[in-house]
Design a protein around this ligand. Structure first.
Ligand SMILES: Nc1ncnc2c1ncn2[C@@H]1O[C@H](COP(=O)(O)OP(=O)(O)OP(=O)(O)O)[C@@H](O)[C@H]1O
Ligand code: NI
Length: 303
């Protein structure tokens, strides 16, 4: 950054994602979720520095050249439902014309079939056919979201990144949208679902990664995370407990600035389990990066 400060946006993150699998990436605003997605698309800002690798098949997405990324990766091998669809849609073209272009370029659909194919693509993302001739500025946030989802599904990319694809949608549309994403993944594509909507994550994810202050602090199977025995990391537990349908108690305090991360556990300042051990950085052990994870025992014997 100007002035010489560094933002640690994504640190030491490591995970794999198999075909047919959906990984939900959750964590509060500013923890690094979208920067991670941008890295996988080769869309990091000019001043970003990267280390490590992100392999899609044999291709390292972090070091691939722009030509490869533009011609064969974005849209074709890695699809994106962007976090701000209104900013990603082409402002001077109707939704119909953008869908038709994607169908032509990515799916090889030709003229007489294009119109029906565009309507079908819109329908998959619950975008109403009556609004297809609108320009992006004429769409509500929720409609722009659905247009972006329809566009992202067209390329049949083996890896789909969906960055908060359900913002601004009502519950039934949220369910319908994530179900469609899940259906699209099927057995041979992978989905990285970035979301603040834990109910949506629970609905379709196989595994959950919880990010805090640029690091993945918990990576675990979704049924164990949302059901019994529940999250192991105190932050992940706090996220779930903050839900209105659970305890409805917020996590006290604020996350640290990513320009000045502590040397040890970044959550320690907010954690009621913290002690002197937390001055050292915890590694991700058995799915949780914590010195004092919740242990997986049932609270009380079942009747
Ligand atoms: N171009 C940039 N230059 C400097 N810092 C940036 C840039 N883009 C993002 N950041 C910083 O990187 C950190 C992670 O941002 P990111 O957008 O990945 O968060 P997020 O988890 O997606 O949040 P949200 O849930 O609000 O979308 C933030 O502190 C953000 O301010
Ligand atoms: Ni984001």
């Amino acid at each position: 950054m100007r002035g010489g400060s560094h933002v640690s946006a994504v640190t030491d993150v490591s995970f794999d994602l198999a075909a047919g699998e959906c990984l939900a990436l959750v964590g509060e605003s500013g923890c690094g979720k979208s920067v991670l997605a941008s890295a996988l698309l080769g869309l990091l800002p000019e001043n970003a520095e990267t280390a490590g690798s992100a392999l899609l098949g044999g291709l390292d997405l972090l070091t691939a050249d722009e030509r490869t990324l533009a011609r064969s990766v974005r849209g074709r091998r890695v699809g994106l439902v962007p976090q701000s669809p209104a900013a990603h849609l082409t402002p001077v073209r109707t939704v119909r014309s953008q869908l038709e272009e994607s169908l032509r370029e990515l799916a090889g659909v030709r003229k007489p079939a294009l119109r029906a194919a565009a309507e079908q693509a819109a329908e998959r993302a619950a975008f109403p056919a009556g609004h297809l001739d609108r320009y992006p500025h004429e769409l509500s946030g929720g409609l722009a979201q659905r247009a972006a989802t329809a566009l992202a599904l067209i390329g049949d990319a083996p890896l789909l990144l969906a960055d908060e694809p359900t913002t601004g949608l009502d519950r039934d549309l949220v369910d319908r949208t994530v179900d469609e994403l899940r259906r699209h993944v099927g057995d041979d594509r992978a989905l990285l679902l970035i979301t603040h909507d834990l109910a949506a994550a629970e609905r379709i994810a196989d595994r959950v990664a919880v990010m805090y202050a640029s690091r993945v602090v918990e990576l675990t199977d979704a049924p164990a995370f949302f059901g019994a025995p529940g999250p192991r990391h105190p932050y992940a537990r706090g996220l779930l407990d903050a839900l209105p349908e659970r305890e409805f108690t917020p996590i006290p305090g604020m996350p640290p600035e990513l320009t000045a991360l502590p040397a040890g556990c970044a959550f320690a300042a907010r954690c009621d389990r913290a002690d002197e051990a937390c001055a050292a950085l915890p590694g991700l052990v058995a799915g949780a990066a914590c010195h004092h994870p919740h242990v997986n025992v049932l609270e009380s014997p079942r009747a």
